[in-house]
Ligand binder design. Structure first.
Ligand code: ADP
Ligand code: ZN
Length: 209
């Protein structure tokens, strides 16, 4: 099974991708997590990506496409995968088609703009494994400590209010066109993001049946 999770930053797509990963046992590939890891490790692509990420801009297609291609060629992805945060531009979606990747479904998680800022303010992430948390809806069992790896859970720099607005504008400009792109291909299913994580998951599972 090859899936794409589409949605605005803070829509909950990463959280839902994790839920689906656990249920179906296929890995979720988050380009955001891969890039943050690369920044942390100071790799060449990490150094290049950092300035864009800090500003809330998209990392150039050429960088992200290269990273994604390497990742899905890995052994763990041979039975399928969930793409979380890729593609984010039409050029990335076209690159995926050129790679010959056949996507089964694209799950579009829809959340009104007015709710996004609050969700991003609430969001926390494990700095070691990338697991996502929410102060209100999914706090770690021990404050500031990741349930799955014991790493430090903190707010991402780009989730601070200054960058949230521009990330949302970039989403509408560059990523939202993918809704029509996949609709045309008959792949799109849209799920309304709910307040509670489990309520959204129910709709996601129903959409995947
Ligand atoms: P969110 O979904 O909350 O925006 P992500 O963790 O998916 O967060 O992405 C964080 C940042 O990483 C983005 O703002 C962008 O700078 C970069 N990034 C992640 N995926 C891509 C991609 N497919 N194309 C370009 N930039 C990306
Ligand atoms: Zn962790």
């Amino acid at each position: 099974m090859k899936l794409i999770f589409l949605g605005a930053p803070g829509s909950g797509k990463g959280t839902q991708a994790e839920v689906v990963t656990n249920k179906y046992g296929i890995p979720s590939v988050s380009t955001g997590n891969i890039l943050r890891e690369a920044v942390k490790n100071g790799t060449k692509s990490g150094l290049e990506a950092k300035k864009y990420m800090d500003a809330g801009d998209l990392v150039p297609d050429s960088v992200v496409i290269g990273i994604l291609k390497d990742k899905i060629a890995g052994d763990d992805c041979k039975n399928g995968f969930i793409l979380d945060g890729f593609p984010r531009t039409v050029a990335q979606a076209e690159a995926l088609e050129e790679m010959g990747v056949e996507i089964d479904k694209v799950v579009n998680i829809s959340v009104a703009d007015e709710k996004i800022a609050g969700r991003m303010g609430d969001r926390r992430v494990c700095q070691d494994c990338g697991a996502s948390y929410s102060v209100t809806y999914k706090p770690p069992k021990a404050e500031g400590v990741c349930d799955s790896c014991g790493g430090k859970v903190a707010q991402r720099d780009d989730d601070k209010p200054e960058t949230v607005k521009s990330r949302l504008a970039i989403y509408h400009d560059k990523t939202a066109p993918l809704i029509g792109f996949y609709e045309k291909r008959g792949k799109l299913v849209t799920v309304e993001g709910q307040e509670e994580i489990a309520d959204t998951s129910k709709l996601v599972f129903a959409a995947l049946e």
